[in-house]
Design a protein around this ligand. Structure first.
Ligand code: PHE
Length: 358
């Protein structure tokens, strides 16, 4: 028969040798299960005298406790080892390059906005934002477009129910209200661009009820139209990546700028094809001008001390020209084949150092 010492030594050795939780469980059952070796010895005690039973019971309990705590310790060890093995087996190499195909595509509008932001950021502009749902004040009145002004008709405005205080609300018809919000909030010098969604009730080959504009606003003490033209020239050449792309101002009218000018860039039209560059023909890409003194005053800026310029351009048009996308409406049809074709690989953030598009 086992002496208790050899029984304990034997069990402890088997426990230490158990290589996984299942093996360890087998050892536990073989010692303390119904037919286990310790259980059997406990059963045998019923034939002993009360004194003998007391001594034997204490000795057996000591063995049992030692075995139990050895099992517990081994179980914890095995658990740690099993977890480590699992982690090792499921290890992910985060240094592997991502597979961008599985991440979908960047929409040309998003890409174009990122490119525009990268160029203007390089020129020291920050990005400003405003809400799509605007007050009549920010969208029109503060921009020197009073009620009944004919310019309101030109905007095909979506009017919304008035707010709780009866204030008129619209879906912004241009990004120019961000000029107002910026000037009300910040002191000159100001140098911002504001890309975003705009809305007009219009739908045909060249108009969608939602489209995008980018606004620029510069306010300072000696700002003049030369700065406006220089900024536009720099921007257009960087954006279209054409070093000698010419720019032309055409006299125009906006209530919020004086003087006002339409912005044209050089192009050639041959056989229904459009090519950008110094070819003698012209294409309009936006509106611009010197901020009207009344607009400055509406925003609490001293128009005898400060001047500024502003311009607004259509982002879809810029994207269509740069990337040869023929139809405006396809931008918003959410056709995955179109997006696969015209979309951009994620993770390639446009920046001037590495090139806008790769
Ligand atoms: N907001 C004008 C438009 O949508 C464009 C513009 C912006 C003109 C800034 C002048 C200055 O047509």
């Amino acid at each position: 028969m086992d002496t208790l010492d050899t029984l304990q030594a034997d069990l402890l050795a088997t426990i230490a040798a158990a290589s996984d939780s299942a093996a360890l469980e087998e050892v536990r059952v073989s010692a303390m299960g119904k037919k286990g070796r310790i259980t059997a010895l406990m059963g045998d005690m019923r034939n002993l005298s009360p004194e003998e039973r007391k001594a034997r019971g204490a000795a057996l309990n000591a063995v049992k406790t030692a075995v139990e705590s050895a099992i517990e310790a081994r179980r914890a060890e095995l658990k740690t080892a099993e977890l480590a093995a699992k982690l090792e087996a499921e290890r992910i190499d985060v240094t592997l390059p991502a597979r961008p195909e599985s991440l979908g595509r960047i929409h040309p509008i998003t890409q174009t906005i990122d490119e525009i932001v990268a160029i203007f950021a390089d020129m020291g502009f920050t990005v400003a934002e405003g809400p799509d749902i605007e007050t009549d004040f920010h969208n029109f009145t503060a921009l020197n477009i009073p009620p009944e002004h004919p310019a309101r008709q030109m905007h095909d405005t979506f009017y919304l129910p008035p707010d709780a205080d009866g204030g008129a609300r619209v879906l912004r018809t241009h990004t120019s209200p961000v000029q107002i919000r910026t000037m009300l909030k910040e002191k000159p010098p100001i140098r911002i661009i504001a890309p975003g969604r705009t809305y007009r009730s219009d739908y045909d080959q060249t108009h969608t009820p939602m489209f995008h504009q980018v606004e620029a606003l510069v306010i300072g003490e000696d700002i003049h139209m030369g700065h406006l033209k220089g900024t536009l020239l720099e921007f257009c050449r960087a954006f279209f990546q054409i070093d000698d792309l010419p720019i032309r101002f055409r006299p125009s009218f906006f209530p919020f700028t004086e003087p006002s000018a339409e912005i044209d860039i050089g192009c050639a039209r041959k056989g229904g094809e459009m090519k950008l560059g110094n070819f003698g023909d012209w294409l309009e890409i936006g509106g611009s001008g010197m901020v009207h003194p009344k607009v400055l005053e509406n925003c609490g800026i001293d128009s005898t001390k400060y001047q500024g310029f502003a311009f607004g351009m259509g982002i879809e048009r810029m994207a269509m020209l740069k990337y040869g996308i023929p139809d405006l409406r396809t931008f918003f049809e959410a056709d995955l084949r179109w997006l696969k074709h015209y979309g951009f690989v994620p993770l390639d953030q446009p920046n001037l150092a590495q090139g806008l598009t790769r």
